[in-house]
Design a protein around this ligand. Structure first.
Ligand SMILES: Nc1ncnc2c1ncn2[C@@H]1O[C@H](COP(=O)(O)OP(=O)(O)OP(=O)(O)O)[C@@H](O)[C@H]1O
Length: 351
């Protein structure tokens, strides 16, 4: 696959310094904490943000560079945001046809294409409606039709499902998946479901820098940062290994696990699910399981489980317990306990 988008840019006021590429026809997910620069990266591609220096190329053509800045409306870039922002005074079909008309298509051709795009997102019957008559999910479908009607070279999605009801989002996610197959797309999202369902590759931004980059499967199965581990919903402990299927978190505290591939001596990490962690008050002698000394940091109701946050060798992990076991143990912040995890539930990775 060739490279469709390359962004190599610095923007001091946004704290941004990135080098990101997107292969032709693939979807790149951009994740990271609030303020990490996800929207700013999208704006560099759309042309809404001009970098201090650097370059934005699409299919080898420079859209932004030392002496060039093609304005947003002259880029073949589609944009879908949290809110559809349809023109309230135009009918649905004219909203979708608007971009084509602006590009000089005659009214009949523009309307015909708009009608086809509406049909493709399941909204053919809404053509004559006004935007205010539509639900949030319908508006977002129309916005997708509008974005695709102009055959964009690149589509940018900025949290496209975040404002929708939980019941509507899955349907729209499925629609994005079918409609965007083969369209070079960059999606900024806080939702693991978007990444898992839609994206091929992902980058993690932290403070305006790329801190991880790779295939979605790799980054989700072997998260290398606390943010990615939290995003994926797993625990991550950093330490060192001597190469014997154990990761030392402190001079006297090690966690044993299963090694997938090689685990050479050096820095290593242990990954396991919150549901794999049990909490005990006292040692369960003779047990082949990991028993890590821990301090309770917080107990939070996440029905149907209680999420217990623990400090282990200066790092944080989560344990999901039943309400009954939390009551029985009478856990409270500051308590010394043991976090118990079976080695078979722990994956060890280098790095
Ligand atoms: N219009 C703006 N003017 C000035 N600074 C901005 C503007 N928009 C964002 N910033 C700043 O630029 C940095 C990156 O913000 P950006 O919105 O790109 O992050 P983000 O990862 O999209 O965040 P979120 O997840 O909250 O949407 C932040 O420090 C933010 O405060």
């Amino acid at each position: 696959m060739g490279e469709a988008i390359r962004v190599r840019a610095r923007h001091a006021a946004r704290g941004l310094d990135v080098d990101v590429t997107v292969p032709e026809g693939s979807m790149l997910a951009v994740v990271g904490p609030n303020g990490a620069g996800k929207s700013s990266l999208l704006q560099l591609i759309s042309g809404d943000l001009v970098p201090d220096d650097g370059e934005v190329t699409v299919h080898g053509r420079t859209l932004t560079g030392p002496d060039v800045h093609i304005p947003p409306h002259r880029r073949a870039v589609g944009y879908l945001e949290q809110r559809a922002l349809l023109f309230p005074h135009l009918t649905v079909v004219d909203n979708v046809a608007f971009g084509l008309r602006a590009r000089g298509r005659d009214r009949r051709a523009a309307r015909a294409r708009a009608a086809a795009e509406l049909a493709a997102v399941g909204c053919a019957d809404l053509a004559g409606s006004r935007p205010r008559e539509l639900s949030g999910g319908q508006q977002q479908r129309v916005a997708l039709a509008r974005a695709l009607a102009t055959d964009p070279e690149v589509l940018l999605l900025d949290e496209p499902l975040a404002a929708l009801d939980a019941g509507v989002a899955p349907e729209l996610r499925r629609l994005l998946r079918t409609r965007l197959r083969g369209v070079t797309t960059v999606i900024a999202t806080h939702d693991l479901l978007d990444v898992a369902a839609l994206a091929d590759r992902m980058v993690e931004l932290t403070g305006g820098r790329v801190t991880a980059e790779g295939h979605v499967d790799d980054l989700c199965q072997r998260p290398a940062s606390a943010f990615l581990a939290g995003f994926v919903g797993v625990n991550l402990l950093h330490g060192d290994t001597h190469g014997d299927a154990r990761v030392w978190l402190a001079p006297t505290i090690a966690i044993a696990g299963a090694v997938d591939g090689d685990l050479p001596p050096g820095p290593a990490r242990a990954v396991f699910a919150p549901a794999a962690v049990a909490v005990y008050r006292a040692a369960t002698h003779g047990s082949p399981r990991n028993e890590l000394p821990a301090v309770v940091v917080a107990v939070e109701d996440r029905w149907p489980v209680q999420r217990v946050t623990l400090a282990v060798a200066g790092q944080r992990i989560a344990a999901d317990l039943t309400p009954a076991s939390v009551r029985e143990l009478a856990l409270a912040p500051g308590d010394d306990v043991l976090a118990v995890v079976k080695a078979t539930q722990v994956a060890l990775h280098p790095g």
